[in-house]
Design a protein around this ligand. Sequence first.
Ligand SMILES: *Cc1c(COP(=O)(O)O)cnc(C)c1O
Length: 373
Amino acid sequence: MVVGVHRPTKLVIDRQALRENIHTAVSRLAPGCELFMVVKANGYGHGAIQVAQAAKDAGATGFCVAILDEALELRAAGFNEPILVLGVGDPADAPLMAEKRISATVAAQDWLTEAHQYLALAHVTAPLQVHLGLDTGMGRIGFKTSSSLQTAVAYLNAHADLNFEGIFTHFSTADSSDDHYFKQQVATWKALTSKLTRLPRYVHVSNSATSLWHAECNDNMVRFGVAGYGLNPSGTEVAAPYTLHPAMRLVSELVHVKRVVAGESVGYGATYTAQQPEWVGTVPIGYADGYERRLQGFHVLIDGQPCEIIGRVCMDQLMVRLPREFARGTRVTLVGRDGDESISLQDVADYCGTIHYEIACGFTARLPRVYEN
Ligand SMILES: *Cc1c(COP(=O)(O)O)cnc(C)c1O
């Protein structure tokens, strides 16, 4: 996909905000506990390479991604830190992962057996680094019983081309003010892991929410994601214990300004009709950029004032009602601060009926990512 560099619409990423969020998180960890920055989905839309560098500068000692290609992107960019792929990959890629020292999440015995067959055929010199995932209640991936876990550990110990590097689980409600399900998952995790005679190098359970609100559970590594980007994992449900600095802004400019008279309509479907003479501006962004069509009726900031999005959001453009005439080229803030007003990703997500995670990683490749600080 092309990147729209000849258009004033861009995501501005504040590296200082990233570093501050991550540095604060690192400084709160117990001695010996490491922070792996989660940079999946192009660093939650912020740009994986830039985020990884900021995280490294702020004290992160490793990275987590969702898929192998994201790990390869980091290796190609020269990052030599440990990288864990959190999703279940293809056992046929085990040799490539071993060669690149990219750690695999393993969720079932048959995967291990198959990966071992591929490793044996490929004659790779380095072992595949394996993190066993435990399903303690997330219901997504992982071993659920003590016996299946014991079998996998025995298999790892018996095969030199596999190294038992980590064990982990993932909580589904760590961002909730109600901790009863969280406690149940902790109990299941403890029951499963307490039966192991040897723990691997990395023992980890914490996402951002767990590290913010249940830091006593951290073990020796945290998988730090959304809070590193300055976003509260709970949305607005639970206050963060320290200030998070949102790192992403979305800005554009007015590319067209006109006067409409009463009775004139705006946008597809003619869903908006001016009741009186009005100034209308056009902004070059639309749902093809990940600025959702559902945002009709929401607002942007111009000259420090909220301006309503009128008419349907088009694929590449949207229209806003202006309080007065503005010059073409006037700055438009879709996410971020302008004067006394600000729009957060949370505000956008609330309006769309979703979470800020989805908005941030929904911004498409057509939007340039520009880095400041
Ligand atoms: C995405 C993910 C994380 C990071 O979650 P945040 O809420 O962004 O901190 C951690 N662990 C796993 C397994 C994940 O999939």
